[in-house]
Design a protein around this ligand. Structure first.
Ligand code: PLP
Length: 1017
């Protein structure tokens, strides 16, 4: 081993010049260079610039030969790298030797002089440090596979030998400094040493300090070369990075950032492994410990060698800063810089949470997604709530929030992840990583609700810790839960600002099932002195103790914190729209509609809703509130059903044409659709809207009968074209309507609930059918006869009216006897909605001549259909070509097929029947308690609740129905009102409606009825 105390060679310039020319054939100007152990000269010759090294006599020959072989190897393998190149001696050997007059033998080495100035003399920007990392990475890649007996050196500077520093600790004078080093050495022994043998090892440079790294002054961001291979040895690869970092970090504002630049640069050229990066922080500290203990030792033994102590003070400063850091956080920064997750598995945890977003138990009840939400103004420095909170005046902060929430109907206040806040003003919010930076970015998710709000775990968990943090503006009641869901790396959730009851109830190791109570939101006396809220935070590092989890982070490393402490919003069930609004505001859209759309385009609700996303039975508004959609029957199998979306997208990406060309989809769909109908109904035609289907139906019926007279039911609606408005009493009899046309004949709505009291129920069908007979009679009186009888199989606009059993049988018989066609409009009620049957007309035991379909057929894709008998189809084939540009196109038919798939595969008719029956039962239960509920009716998922002033008079309670409908909307569900008096609550939830959905709807209805009847709304 080299004797560090052996004196350096002492040759004069003249002697050195002679050695250069004698052994290397180089003559020129020599100047002395600094060296600790050897003697170095710069030689400027005609054949370039060189460094002559006269090697310390104590250096074993094998080590000098190793260095020479190393340089030779690099010259051969990586000639492009800016490294010193070996000049062989005149003898042909890599080294020459000289023996002094005193008989001491020295090896001599000549290497090329590298231009550039030491990095020590220029700024250590992240750019140049990245470049240094790359340079070292390239060099070490070139050294892979190189070995030499001299590389297997025992060297104090080998980080693997950091534990040897313990023996030098006593040279460190200050006890606190010794204790600091002991802490790092303990960590080294416990966590680093056992893992070192498994790391990749090879020959490395091992001394990329900033005097050995050259930069081009013209290009200060680029490393121009690396010199001095005197400490090269065979050791762990990561030591190369650790050594470079240990120097580059000295006196930097952001030392870990400096290390991250080097590591990232190295990794880009020579990919590091996670287990190497995980030890980097400790290896840096180890290198510093070696450095300061060696310095301390040498200062005692030599008369204060200035070269040796040169980096001692900055090294101590750096050690103190590292000591204040959480090594796991520093490692997270280094990991992220190399493209790894900040904590092992962080990415997988985030993905798993995203994938399973629908399956989490709600952390507050009702589900946070369904609550009206708004951000709490902690992001605004001057806001009174922020000011009060920072001043530790929680009551004032709460008072402001409570008033604001009440005024705007907000039930859940949100403090988002990442928000920059000025409330964090204390000294503990100074960054430990970046000098002069403060930690202001919130790394949890705050949910503000009243104190006492119960909080439930979204996933099964084991209690990791329970404590009470008493610090002012601390967490108060604090619980950490460990989650280990299948298929997901373990992670922790932190629940801060709880009431103290949790600490009494839970203990570490307790198992909580998903949905179990974690705690309650604490009041300011128990929650650290805040307006009541929950601080919920995920730690992807399950090892961190609750108190070590950073609640607030510095801007510089927000991306690292995002990976280590992922946003808990999805886990908490908050839709992303809660946090970011896109597009125009609601008032802007209302104004734009006024400016450029028809003024009579209606908008639901006096305070219109802007929906931005649909998901199953839910519609999500622009502020992240999910409404339970119990009204829109177009999204038959649920909003954005993936199978339907996929079918549409796949076909649209492949081909969309028209019926003039052959395509599989249209025939496949016609076959599948007609298979759901009675065998007589076997010919299909496709259109784009219910109106279009009804218009085509009209042409067929008129063509078939040669007449145009139609019988419709009062208050019916059949479509938006003029000829269909003429068949829609709901339109022509109301505002803007022109009244009934002479070819249109209205029969009474067969509404059993409003049938004359003296009609026996079993006679309702016959008695209501008599109204149709009267119309046929009236026609006859005018010398006319019906072309068609058109009715919805369950009149909807008329108020969810269920036809008395046998009604259609009676009517169809009469109409057919008069030569007319019978048409069932199933635009609203078809496709299995009634549960027991595919089509609502089937519940009446009839077979129409034509059935028209629309709305649910494509789950939102604009399509419609008509199915008729072969006879009617044949008569329509009168020579005039039938063409509909979009009707029956491949994309529409793909959508139609996908909807049928979903209904069939999901057994959704059965679901409609079961959930519908359950809802009816619950509505009837409500009816028993609410006098205003005059009638409850429904079949499958087509439901109505008729509201009346009193049950005897049955006076329609129109105003009440509006109040209920608005109240239900305020509570987060969508229903409608319908009927001639708008007093029937109308519900048509999607076929995928679950029992939980049903309970949610009923709960909202109950609450609304109670609030309205108590006069609160
Ligand atoms: C019973 C009925 N028929 C026909 C139509 C017309 O359908 P579309 O709006 O698709 O043209 C509607 C629309 O509300 C309807 O409810």
């Amino acid at each position: 081993m080299t004797d560090l105390d052996h004196p350096a060679p002492e040759f004069s310039r003249e002697q050195a010049g002679r050695l250069a020319s004698e052994h290397f054939g180089l003559a020129g100007e020599l100047s002395r260079l600094d060296s600790e152990r050897d003697q170095n000269f710069r030689l400027v010759s005609d054949a370039g610039e060189w460094t002559l090294k006269i090697i310390n006599a104590s250096e074993p020959a094998v080590e000098s030969e190793f260095q020479a072989a190393l340089l030779e190897h690099l010259g051969a393998v990586a000639p492009q790298l800016a490294l010193p190149r070996l000049r062989k001696a005149a003898s042909g050997a890599a080294l020459a030797t000289v023996t002094t007059a005193a008989g001491t033998r020295h090896a001599l080495r000549m290497v090329s002089w590298l231009p550039g100035s030491p990095l020590a003399e220029s700024e250590r920007t992240s750019e140049v440090l990245h470049s240094l990392g790359r340079m070292l990475g390239r060099m070490d890649r070139a050294l892979q596979g190189f070995i030499h007996p001299g590389a297997l050196r025992v060297l104090d500077w080998d980080v693997r030998r950091a534990d040897q520093s313990r023996a030098r600790l006593h040279h460190v004078a200050d006890a606190a400094d010794r204790a600091l080093l002991a802490r790092f050495l303990d960590r080294f022994d416990a966590t680093v040493a056992p893992r070192l043998p498994a790391l990749r090892a090879q020959v490395i440079h091992n001394d990329a300090n900033d005097w050995n790294v050259l930069v081009d002054p013209q290009q200060p961001g680029e490393v121009a070369g690396v010199i001095d291979f005197g400490d090269a040895l065979h050791t762990v690869v990561i030591a190369e990075v650790a050594v470079a970092c240990a120097y580059a970090m000295l006196d930097q504002d952001d030392p870990i950032g400096a290390a991250a630049s080097i590591a990232a640069g190295f990794h880009a050229e020579y990919p590091l492994r996670e287990e190497e990066v995980d030890l980097l922080f400790d290896l840096i500290a180890a290198r510093l410990a070696i450095s300061v203990t060696l310095s301390a030792q040498r200062r005692e033994r030599t008369a204060d060698n200035p070269y040796l102590a040169i980096s001692e003070a900055p090294a101590w400063r750096l050690l103190r800063r590292l000591d204040a850091m959480n090594p796991r956080f520093a490692t997270a920064i280094l990991r992220q810089a190399c493209g790894f997750d900040a904590a092992v598995g962080a990415g997988a945890i985030i993905d798993w949470i995203d994938r399973n977003a629908r399956n989490f138990a709600p952390i507050v009840r009702p589900h946070p997604a369904t609550l009206a939400k708004a951000l709490v103004p902690y992001g605004e420095a001057d806001h009174p709530m922020t000011v009060a909170s920072a001043a530790a005046e929680p009551q004032a902060a709460s008072a402001w929030w409570d008033a604001h929430a009440a005024e705007h109907g907000i039930t859940l206040g949100i403090g988002p992840w990442g928000e920059a806040r000025t409330v964090y003003s204390g000294d503990m919010f100074r960054s430990r990583f970046v000098e002069g930076e403060r930690r202001i970015h919130h790394l949890g998710l705050d949910l503000f609700m009243p104190a006492g709000t119960k909080l439930h775990t979204p996933l099964a968990a084991v209690v990791k810790s329970v404590e009470i943090e008493e610090d002012p503006l601390g967490y108060g009641g604090l619980v950490a839960l460990l989650h280990e869901p299948e298929g997901c790396p373990p992670f922790v959730t932190l629940w801060g600002h709880l009431a103290h009851e949790a600490a009494a109830r839970l203990k570490p190791g307790d198992r909580l099932e998903a949905g179990a109570l974690v705690g309650e939101m604490g009041n300011h006396a128990e929650n650290g002195g805040w307006a009541p809220h929950l601080h919920l935070q995920i730690s992807a590092d399950p090892e961190l103790a609750a108190r070590d989890i950073l609640g607030v982070g510095e801007a510089r490393y927000l991306d690292v914190w995002r990976s280590l402490f992922p946003d808990a919003a999805t886990l908490a069930g908050l839709p992303p729209e809660t946090f970011a609004q896109t597009g125009r505001s609601r008032p802007e859209i209302v104004a734009a509609r006024k400016a450029s759309l028809l003024p009579n385009l209606s908008i639901s609700y006096s305070e219109p809703i802007k929906f931005v996303r649909g998901d199953g039975a839910w519609l999500i508004d622009d502020r992240g509130r999910a409404y339970l959609d119990c009204f829109n029957n177009v999204c038959h199998v649920g909003h954005a059903h993936p199978h339907v979306v996929e079918a549409i997208a796949t076909q649209a990406a492949r081909l969309n044409t028209n019926t003039r060309y052959l395509h599989d989809n249209i025939v496949a769909y016609a076959e599948r659709l007609t298979a759901t109908l009675p065998p007589e109904l076997c010919v299909a035609s496709f259109a784009c809207s219910g109106s279009e289907a009804n218009s085509l139906m009209l042409r067929m019926a008129r063509n078939h009968t040669g007449r145009e007279e139609a019988i419709v039911l009062d208050w019916a609606y059949h479509g938006t074209t003029q000829e269909l408005i003429d068949l829609s009493p709901y339109k022509y009899k109301r505002k803007g309507g022109n009244g009934r046309m002479p070819h249109v004949f209205e029969a009474a709505i067969p509404d059993s609930y409003r049938a004359p009291a003296d009609w026996p129920v079993e006679e309702h069908a016959r008695r209501f059918a008599a109204s149709v007979a009267e119309q046929i009679e009236a026609m006859r009186g005018q010398g006319r006869a019906p072309a068609l009888f058109l009715a919805e199989s369950i009149p909807s606009v008329a108020g969810q009216v269920f036809l008395p059993q046998g009604y259609l049988k009676e009517v169809y018989a009469m109409v057919r006897a008069a030569g007319g066609l019978c048409v069932a409009d199933e635009v609203q009620v078809g496709f299995g909605r009634v549960g027991s049957h595919w089509w609502a007309f089937e519940t009446q035991g009839v077979v129409p001549d034509i059935v028209t379909m629309g709305k649910p057929i494509g789950n939102g894709h604009p399509m419609a259909a008509l199915v008729t008998t072969r006879e009617v189809a044949a008569s329509f084939n009168n020579g005039m070509e039938y063409f509909n540009t979009f009707g029956g196109n491949p994309v529409s038919c793909a959508a139609g097929l996908a909807v049928l798939d979903v209904i069939e595969q999901g057994d959704l008719r059965r679901n409609a029947a079961e959930i519908g029956a359950y809802l009816l039962e619950r509505f009837r239960d409500m009816q028993a308690r609410h006098e205003a509920i005059g009638d409850v009716r429904g079949m499958g998922l087509f439901l109505g609740i008729e509201l009346v002033e009193d049950r005897r008079s049955k006076v329609p309670a129109t105003a009440l129905a509006k109040k209920i409908c608005d109240g239900v909307r305020r509570r987060g569900a969508l229903i409608g009102t319908e009927g001639p008096h708008d007093n029937v609550l109308k519900m048509r939830p999607p076929m995928i409606f679950t029992r939980a959905n049903a309970d949610h709807l009923v709960a909202i209805l109950e609450e609304t009825f109670e609030a309205v009847s108590a006069g609160r709304e």
